[in-house]
Structure formats: C-alpha cells, structure tokens
Design a protein around this ligand. Sequence first.
Ligand code: ADP
Ligand code: MG
Length: 701
Amino acid sequence: MSHKGSAIPVAYLKGVGPSRAELLVSELGIRRVDQLFSLFPIRYIDRSRFYKAMELQPNSSDIQMIGQITSLKTVKQKKRERLVARFEDTTGSIELVWFKGAKWIKENIKIGKPYVAFGKLNFYNGNFSMAHPELELLSLFESRNRSSIQAIYPSTEKLQARGVSNKVINSIIENLFREYYVKIQETLSNEILDKNNLLSKKEAMLNIHFPKSQELLTRAEYRLKFEELFFVQLQLLNKKVNEHQKIKGFKFDKIDNYFHEFYNNCLKFELTNAQKKVIKEIRKDLGSGIHMNRLLQGDVGSGKTIVAVISMLIALDNGFQATLIAPTEILANQHYIAIKELLGEIGVSVALLTGSVKTKERRIIHENLEKGDLHILVGTHAILEDKVRFSNLGLSIIDEQHRFGVEQRSKMWLKNTKPPHVLVMTATPIPRTLAMSLYGDLDISVIDELPPGRKEVKTVHRYDKNRLRVFKFMKDEIAKGRQVYVVYPLIEESEAMDYKDLMDGYESISREFPIPSYQISIVHGKMKPADKDYEMQRFIEGKTDIMVATTVIEVGVNVPNASIMVVESSERFGLSQLHQLRGRVGRGADQSFCILMSSFKLSAEAKTRIETMVQTTDGFEIAEVDLKLRGPGNLMGKQQSGVLYLKVADLVKDNHILSIARQEAIDLLKEDSDLSLTKHQNIKNTFDKITQKSNLWSHIS
Ligand code: ADP
Ligand code: MG
C-alpha cells in the first residue's frame, strides 16, 4: 500500500487496541497497518475435513471434530484447577480442557448439542485431549460461509499466553481487510499481469489470507513470489544498467602482437570450447567501451588461468597494464610462475608483489609500475596498498572471490580515475539461481567443461575402523612416487579439540610412515606464516610424501604429483569444502583418489553430503545439493546473506519463477529504462518505495 493508510499504527485497527498493538510490535515486529497485510500465514489447515474419534493418531496436529459434550467437571491438581469436558462422537471420545475461563464455559456451554471442536490434539497416557479448543455450535458453523482453508499465522508463546490466539489474529486480519482492502494498490503492470496470468495484488492478498480454494491459494502464492523476485531483479538490473551508462570503460579494440604471438607460439594445447566461449564474452566486453564487471566461474582445473592470461594480453595490446590478485602468497606465487612459463619469451614483463617481497625489490617494482615498464603485476592484497601506483591500469583480475571479499573489488577502482575492467574468478560453483540474485549486477561467464583427458578423481567413503587398509593404500601409491594429503577439520568453536585431533593424527601417521623411508609435512593455523610456507614449499617440491594439514590448503594450491586426498572426519566438512579439497588432487596425469573417512555414526545430512561426493564430481551439482541442504543464507556466509532475505519466495524451490521474473525485469528495462512510461507507473511507485527504504544492495558491489 503506497498511500496515507500505510502509516497508520495497528493500534487504531478495530480489535487491536494499545496492549495488543504493543504485543504485535514486540512479538512480530508489526507496527503499522500495511505491515499487517504482509504478515503471511506460515501454513494452512483444511477445515473441510472432520475427524472421527477413532481416526485420531497420536501425531495428528490441528484437527476438527463434530460431537457433543456429555459431561463437564472441575479437576483439582495441587493448586491448579482445570475444567474437563468429555466430547463424544459416534466412534469414541476425547477430552476438552480449559485452564482458564472455566466460569464462562460452564455458563455458556450447551450439554448434548452438536458442536465443532477445533484445536491442537494432544496425546497423553493413551488419551486424546484438546486444550482451549475453538468451540462453535454446529448450526452456527454451518450457517457461516467461511473458507474451508484456514490460515495459521506465526505466533509466539507470549502471544498465546496473552490470549492473542490464531483465531484473534484471524479476526484482526478480517478487520484489516474490511477497512483497508480497497486501498491495496497494484504493483505490477497490466502487461506483466496478463502475460503471466497473475492474480491482481488485491486478489492475491485476499487469497493468501482467506483462500477461497486451493487453486486460488496456489495462484496467490505464485503472484506474491513473482512480485518479490521481480523487484529484487529489477533493483539489481537497474543498478547494472545505471553503472553501464554512467561508467565508461576503457575501450580495448585492438587485438595485436601479444595476443597473436601467444596464441600461435605459446599455447601448447587447444582451448576447450568453454574457454573459447568465455574469452569471446570477455573480448566483447573489453571492446565495447563499457566498463566490464564480470564474474568468471569455473570448477577447479577448468583452466581459468589461460583465460586470465589472454584477457591480460588484450589489455597489453591496447597499451594498458594488468594485474592479477590472489588471496594467499602461495597462490600468488603459483600464478606468477605459471604466467611466466606461459608467456615464455614474448617480451612481457611480469613481477610478483607480496608481503614478503624485500623493500629494495619492492621499490623497483613501484618505479617500473609507475613508469609503465612493468606490464603485469601478480600478487596478494599487497597490490592494493596506496603506495602501489600504476601508470595505466586497464584490467584487474581477482582470483577466488570467495576468500577475497567484495570490499577489495571496489578498492581497485580507487586506483584510477577511470576504473579498470574487473574480472573476478571463482572456483566455488555458485548455483545459477543464487548467482542471479547475488551477482545480478555482474555479468557471469561459466567454464563448464574440463580440458580433455582429465581423469576423474575416484572418491570413496571409508570408516575409521578401516584406517589400516587406507594406510596400506597410501603406501602403495607413495611407492609409485605419488604424494598424499591428509586433512583434518578445523572448526573455530572447538579449535583446541581439533588441534589435538590433528596432532594425534600426525603422531599415528608418523609411526606408520617412519623417517627416513617417508617424509611428512605438517601445516596448521597455529604455525607462523613463514613456517607454513616452508612446509608447503617442501611438499610442492616433492621433498615430502605426505602433507598433514588442517583446511588451510583448501584454496587453489597446485601440486600435480599429489594424487590422494584423505579427508579425516569428513562428516564434519561442508560440501563446498569437500569439493574444494578434492580439487587439490586430479591435477596431474595419474589416476587420483579422494578418501572420505568418517565414524560409523552419521547424521542424515552428513550421509547425504558424503554420498553426493562419492556420486558426482560436478561442482554445480554439488552446489545445488549444498544449497538445498543449507539454504541460501548459509551458503554465502553472513556478510552476504542479508541480501537474500526473502519474505515469500524461496531461492531453491522457486527457481523457475525467478527466471521468469528476471526476464520480465530485463524486458521492462530494455523498453523503458527509467520507468517513465505511464503504463509502468505502478512498477515505478513500488520501485521507488523499495529503493528509498533499503539500500540492501549497496554492500554487494
Ligand atoms: P583453474 O581453473 O583451477 O585455475 P588452471 O587454469 O590452473 O585451472 O588449469 C589447470 C590445468 O589445466 C593447468 O595445468 C593448465 O595448463 C591446464 N589446461 C588449461 N586449459 C587447458 C586446455 N584447454 N587443454 C589442456 N590443458 C589445459
Ligand atoms: Mg586457479
């Protein structure tokens, strides 16, 4: 309701009053009349169904019965009194119980007359009972033309205790509709309503609270979900359109020597079709004169590095510098080495800047960068320091968005008056639904194909009691010259315990794999960074056979010779973590293995996670399962989950509605980017109201 009525406090509504109003605020956060419209039912009960006493089950919830009261007595227990009625139908009986208001009941109840009793069924000591039932004479019940589907609203103990029952809320909502129904305003255009066969806002609101039929309830839900998702998408897309218009980007219209030389002389393999497709998308962006803000998703090993290198060469061909930022030193190092190797002798100057680069060397890098002699700078967030100035930075590539965070993304912009193009690479597969909602303001490219000849990692589940066989298998593989990771969980809350598990594990592995036949590295969070790097490096160089570690190795480390990943207590890892860990192996030519160890007792969810890992290596499939298990909020971490707060729609289940709503939003902005057409007035009003109220979106870009 975007009108004067919306500001009216609920206390003024008939049936509310000051004390209930206070409760509505404190318990349900409802202050104003318009908020009451959006107090959506949490579920519905079918009041066309009547149960017989003999049909009742101990786990029945809200039920209604037709019967008569045959006796009424007061029962004293300790100091409390309760009124108990026997309620009978032709098949049996239950008890109706009142702890309060007995006097009124005694005076008004009609023994022997048919009633409808409705309420929550309790089962205790072999008896069914109903406390404080809704009771209505059958004759009255039948005379009322009520909806047979009844809404159940969210409630709290306090509301119940203070007499604000579901029945009371229902009647408050009835009053609400009586007084304000006419003021409900349409939020969508006729065009969108017609095309998608949507109920009007009024009909939808009416049927969400007082469904006339199951079919209308379904359509009402659909309409409200559609509306919610539509406006989320409209906000995201509008932001994108605005940014594109406002922010001109550098125009890289040349494809020149660096690119061609690399393509013809340095590339040792044919690009996959997915890589080609993505490069085409990026080229199009870079050449368009519009600022690029693109997310590149590709599973571990899908070959994102080549795409990054080719994109950087396009920048170089147009006289610009480029940078690649990684979340850790080890990764930055690996990228640096890989890029140097890839670029061979084509005369591109590349440097590495991390926290451990010495001051003298650092100064040289700063100088060359400012002079423009340095073409590509690879590094960690050290690159973001103010002292680091480019002569003409044209492209920033950020690896592993997940770790890096969004803040840094915007920080790159400050380095130039005109922002460099931005490419964010992530190996964390984000389900399409989620990506559209979270990164609707980014363009998305996906590498959905692995380079040919890659052997799929074989994944198995083993119980702890079979550890000796696992050790034997490790020995066999090490004898063939392979290396092994053994990873332990690290969960902050139980850090001390995890540390002990890790150390116990390390000890038993040391016993099983004694020096000098075997060399073992260990890396965990309590070590100094320098020590960690030293141990890591020994493993990378093949000087050690086994790497015992906590999850610090999760991110992007590349040791092609490591072919076994043993995950201890795998039931304690999340799916995306398991997937990332598995991605550490299978990088070389050899058959690789992932062994998920667990205790015998597993929760249903842990079982699903482990089974999923055993069944598939497809990161997107795994991400979908993860989304279903954990819900969107948890998937992206706290920082971003606020964005996903939806009132009616569900990102997982309402996937298809999202796609349709998104397309409508796209079409709308194409036709009328500032919503100035009269026929879009409803949408504009709603949009303005939402954007004034929230800047929910401000923190995601
Ligand atoms: P990620 O996407 O995980 O960053 P990388 O870029 O590190 O993957 O690539 C993984 C490995 O695959 C590298 O050794 C790389 O050289 C190789 N690679 C990349 N693209 C291809 C391709 N089209 N054909 C064969 N090998 C490729
Ligand atoms: Mg990578």
